[in-house]
Design a protein around this ligand. Sequence first.
Ligand code: PLP
Length: 398
Amino acid sequence: MSNPEENFKRIETKAVHSGEPLPRILGSVTMPVFQSATFESFGEGSYHDIRYIRLSNTPNHYTLHRKLAALEAAEDALVAASGMAAISTTLLSVLSKGDHMLAQDCLYGGTHDFVTKDLPKYGISCDFIDANDPSTWEEKLTPQTKVMYVETMTNPLLEVADLRAVVEFAKSHNLLSIIDNTFASPINFRPPEQGFDLSLHSATKYLNGHSDIVAGAVIGRADLVRKVKHLLDHLGGSLDPHACFLLERGIKTLALRVRYQNQSTLAIAKYLAMHEGVSKVNYPRLETHPQHMRARELFEGCSGVLSFELEGGKEAAELFLQNITIPIVAPSLGGVESLVTIPATTSHSGLSAQERQKMGISDGLIRLSVGIEATEDLIEDFERAFDVVKQKLPMKVV
Ligand code: PLP
């Protein structure tokens, strides 16, 4: 009989079947949860081979690792207790005292803080680059530079860096290229296929998709994943088997969810772009987006996050949020339910108003993570909220 894994060619099939044990465990159609901290030993060779949850080697971990590697057509994968566990453990395992890294200038807040506030304590420094302007990268290189770190789409402005140039630059200067692929998900972009050494995820978001766990993933070159696992074994940021089970269950519907979110978000972005009460919409699939052509070439779709500004600024944005009834006002993204936030008062509130303005994040900018509700219901909900804004702040809406 042929190896069934060879027949799992397309991503929809891989999401459902790749990595699952064969023969099925006692015939179970779904992967059972192995909620056992430790396993009987059979004379394992090294500490890292002892079967123990912290060492990320229960049957639930193995299944997930194989599935995630298959999704991004990568050599290997590892799950971690959160996206930040995946990011921090990866950077600490590939960088040493005295090393230097280059990072995109608009990183997820937790990563930005880790790189600027924690890594210097270990003798690791970072310079930020404009990831859209490759001509400025070389001047930031030092003989100690080891890593180039970017994100697939930035939060909350959805900028798309010159990702092909990042891979080329890293290769030609002997740097490791690492990308946070959370926003795209493997459905829209598979970094290892494009030459990235490692792809990281907050699996809390699209991969799990149901806003009920936090988890992280490291996907890519086998030698690097092994290195990250070695340090994760010591730092202890492993994922619990029950969370592995939930993540694996979430991944099975990844293609259906993300493809729907691609379509629904584009429809909502177009609706908002035409609305008299909206002054700006940031979504790479819109032709007005500055990196629209690049996003089209690189990504199958642009996922479910967009941001927009209202004509009436902060006051109008707050009123709008108070009057929508379907999206929930909450941080995070990538789940089945739509979530909405004002970054200036949540994710980016730690920055000064001037810093935010420099980054293009106005006080009235709204970030929306579109879920899998009916697109029409969301648009009708927004229309009702816009009517209230127009009634209460007539001078603010053109
Ligand atoms: N990377 C990105 C792009 C994120 O948006 C987040 C969380 O919002 C993280 C990493 C951190 O992930 P976690 O919250 O799972 O630790």
